[in-house]
Design a protein around this ligand. Structure first.
Ligand SMILES: Cc1ncc(C[n+]2csc(CCOP(=O)(O)OP(=O)(O)O)c2C)c(N)n1
Ligand SMILES: CC(=O)[C@@H](O)[C@H](O)COP(=O)(O)O
Ligand SMILES: [Mg+2]
Length: 627
């Protein structure tokens, strides 16, 4: 479809001259652009289709970048990026060195605040508003937050503080009644009532009756009255929750009626103090398949490859179902990530033993502590990056009390296209310091099953971490066998050097060791670490006292498994040669997982290069063959 208007939009100022009907046409062109582009690149889909009109109205009424527009989570900021001079980059969306999938201050002056994790926009916006006031500056701060992100406690903390300060702040609540799955919680129910409150519809009928009794009025006045009536909705059905927080509440407003949105945003721009506009939108708007299944189209669906090994997430879910069948104490908890963690499947089997708490990781962790304290065996399935939100709860509520909570840490290590905010880089570093915690990572999908089984046998908190990746295709045992706690596994013995590898890095180490044998005649031992806490200290010493040692992990070097090994050598006063390989001390940008691992030297080629350089001997390369 030729984008006649869209082709001429390179900055928000290009919107200023467009008529309401042209804006409506532009909305459709943008929708078509999104569908065609995301179908090719992948990425977040439903949320962006749902905010086409909202974003156009924002950039029509407000003056970015002078006025700050902050996107909560930021997965719905593609239209914002299209309107702010980046539409020509969309073929590089979430690709290495391409357009980021979330707002990024380094990418554009229009990206007022970076995002990726939910519920941060109001806090950030309030900070900017207070800075504006302190500096005597004059601009608007607008926070766009979804109904899902509003279930995050941080959003409530910020609403509370904003109401206390009373400064000028505009919050646009983009309510599509969806998180990734259907939204949950009392707030969500409240919002639905606001959208459908019978009080409103009764009052609306009374107003219509009154209008009908007025002397004949022109069509235009009726339309204007219609708009005023709709936007007067707040007088009839006040958003009591938001009014209690000190916000003026406007809405709910039809989030796909572009002229109405422009009217309401213009009205709101003259109001002082904190204002919340409740906008009702449809996730996936304009793409019927997504409208009918918004959870399936949160991200553009990836093609299912039938002949590939199962993903770690699926192996986890299937194993948990088997274990839960045998132990009714097992309950599963997620923070709004039912599909991503595989718990949707668990929920189908055990609906009464599966809890989606909303985007509330802190609550989820302590909710699990309470479940465990009362005799259940909870598992909190959570992405490594999102578990960062629950750090104090893991210490204060779970570990100090040595409660048997299993943390199924998915997306551990490099995740890829979601970039800096989502890489699961830090869980080893932040978990390892916590006493009473057991931390393990399987070398393949079969060992994941046994580790999960073992986790539920332990009388204390356990973290089992696994990557956003497919398994290696090993057969899955049909009997459980407990993994000996704190014991590593010698996969291949060797005499010239030893690679202590963690998780799927064991497969990488095996490839590198075999190549080193073929190309250089080296004999390299490969050890499957299995546990980062407790470590297999005796095995580490056995090798480190006899040969150079490399550690290999898909995790931050600072505080990771390699650091743990170094601590053992230091504690035991062993002067050994140790090379640690893992994620460097910087945030890792977006790109494909394997591509990023390659750039980081964490693929087999990178390992053998570093190993040869580390061993330092003039090695005679006998072959270029890669086994
Ligand atoms: C702290 C945190 N937990 C989980 C997620 C994963 N996540 C990304 S988008 C999303 C749902 C957001 O729902 P909403 O705010 O309503 O936005 P919508 O997609 O409906 O536009 C979730 C749970 C996240 N980004 N941050
Ligand atoms: C925006 C967000 O945080 C989620 O949508 C996340 O991108 C999902 O990641 P996965 O694709 O790994 O499930
Ligand atoms: Mg939503």
């Amino acid at each position: 479809m030729s984008n006649t208007l869209l082709e001429h939009i390179d900055s928000p100022s290009d919107l200023k001259g467009l008529s309401p009907s042209q804006l409506v046409q532009l909305a459709e062109e943008i929708r078509q652009f999104l569908i065609e582009s995301i179908a090719k690149t992948g990425g977040h889909f439903g949320a962006n289709l749902g905010v086409v009109e909202l974003t156009l109205a924002l950039h029509k009424v407000f003056d970015s970048p002078r006025d700050r527009i902050i996107w909560d989570v930021g997965h719905q900021a593609y239209v914002h990026k299209i309107l702010t001079g980046r539409k020509h980059l969309f073929h590089t969306l979430r690709k290495y060195r391409g357009l980021a999938g979330f707002p990024k201050r380094s990418e554009s002056e229009h990206d007022a605040f970076g995002a990726g994790h939910a519920s941060t926009s109001i806090s950030a916006g309030l900070g900017m508003a207070v800075a504006r006031d302190l500096k005597g500056e004059d601009y608007k701060v607008i926070c766009v937050i979804g109904d899902g992100a509003l279930t995050g406690g941080m959003a409530m903390e910020a609403l509370n503080h904003a109401g206390h300060l009373g400064t000028d702040l505009l919050v646009i609540l983009n309510d599509n009644e969806m998180s990734i799955s259907e939204n949950v919680g009392a707030v969500s129910k409240y919002l639905t009532r606001l959208r459908t409150d019978p009080t409103y519809s009764r009052a609306k009928a009374e107003i219509e009756q009154l209008l009908r009794r007025l002397p004949a009025i022109g069509d235009k006045l009726t339309k204007t009255l219609e708009k005023i009536k709709d936007s007067m909705r707040h007088l009839v059905v006040p958003g009591l929750l938001f009014e209690a927080f000190g916000f003026k509440y406007l809405g709910p407003v039809d989030g796909h009626d572009l002229p109405l949105l422009i009217d309401v945003f213009q009205q709101a721009s003259h109001l002082r103090g904190p204002v919340l506009i409740h906008v009702a939108t449809e996730k996936g708007k304009g793409f019927p398949t997504a409208e009918n299944a918004p959870d399936k189209f949160h991200s553009w669906p990836t093609a299912v490859k039938l002949d590939k090994p199962p993903a770690y997430t699926d192996v986890f879910a299937d194993a948990l179902i088997e274990l839960a069948r045998a132990d009714e104490r097992i309950v599963a908890v997620t923070a709004a990530m039912l599909p991503g963690t595989g718990l949707s499947k668990f929920q189908q089997h055990f609906p009464e033993r599966c809890f989606d708490v909303g985007i509330a990781e802190q609550h989820a962790a302590t909710f699990c502590a309470g479940l465990a304290a009362a005799g259940m065996r909870p598992v909190f399935a959570v992405y490594s990056t999102f578990m960062q939100r629950a750090y104090d709860q893991i210490i204060h509520d779970v570990a100090i009390q040595k409660l048997p909570v299993v943390f199924a840490v998915d997306r551990a290590g490099i995740v890829g296209p979601d970039g800096e905010t989502h890489q699961g880089a830090f869980d080893l570093s932040y978990l390892r310091a916590i006493p009473n915690l057991t931390i393990m990572m399987p070398k393949d999908e079969n060992e994941l099953r046994h580790m999960l089984y073992t986790a539920f046998q332990l009388e204390g908190p356990v973290a089992v971490r696994y990557p956003r990746a497919d398994g290696v295709g090993v057969p899955l045992d049909d009997v459980w066998s407990p993994v000996p706690v704190g014991k590593a596994e010698v996969v291949v013995d060797g005499r010239d050097a030893a690679i202590f590898a963690l998780g799927p890095m064991v497969q990488t180490a095996l490839k590198a060791a075999e190549a080193a044998r073929v190309q250089y005649g080296l004999s390299i031992a490969v050890i499957n670490m299995r546990f980062v806490k407790p470590l297999d200290r005796s095995l580490i010493l056995k090798y480190a006292e006899r040969m150079p040692v490399m550690t290999l992990e898909d995790a931050a070097l600072a505080g990771g498994m390699g650091s743990a090994v170094a601590e053992v050598l230091a504690d035991e006063q062993v002067s050994a040669r140790l090379l640690r390989k893992g994620l460097p001390d910087r945030f890792i940008e977006h790109g494909g997982r394997d591509e990023l691992l390659r750039h980081l030297g964490l693929d087999a080629d990178g390992v053998i290069k570093d190993l040869v350089a580390f061993l330092g001997v003039e090695l005679k390369k006998t072959s270029d063959v890669w086994p």
